[in-house]
Design a protein around this ligand. Structure first.
Ligand SMILES: [Cu+2]
Length: 135
């Protein structure tokens, strides 16, 4: 009887823990969804690195969703020097530190295209994702 009670308590605890994990992850993914735009015009802000902040992949990078054939216009405001690079489309544009630059091209191919910051120090950072849906 005691063993059965412990089994029920263990299952209940597992359900609570898994439920909490689910809601925590859902909230995190929800933040991601909140920055998704759905037209061809997108704004990207590259903030300054905080002291000690690691470079590289971030979970809160924006996803820019568009449809094949659409003209994509990226307006980029960067606190950091370097160049922006749209993989696959091979679009490159030097950034103006603390200024704004605009990159425009036709989304002729469907797929997922990482957008990188190539820094003045020669490192590469993922800053956004372009998601081109088939027509
Ligand atoms: Cu790149």
């Amino acid at each position: 009887m005691r063993g059965r009670f412990q089994a029920i308590v263990s299952v209940a605890l597992a359900v609570v823990v898994l439920g909490a994990l689910y809601w925590a992850l859902k909230a995190r993914l929800g933040e991601h969804d909140a920055v998704v735009a759905t037209s061809g015009n997108f704004a990207l802000t590259i903030p300054a690195l905080q002291p000690g902040e690691p470079t590289g992949l971030r979970l809160d990078n924006p996803v820019f969703k568009t449809v094949q054939g659409q003209t994509v216009t990226l307006t980029i405001h960067s606190a950091r020097p370097g160049a922006i690079h749209v993989h696959g489309y091979e679009q490159n544009l030097p950034l103006v530190q603390d200024g704004e630059v605009t990159l425009s091209f036709q989304a002729s191919t469907a797929g997922l295209f990482p957008i990188h910051l190539h820094t003045a120090e020669g490192t590469m950072e993922h800053v956004a994702l372009l998601e081109v849906h088939p027509q």
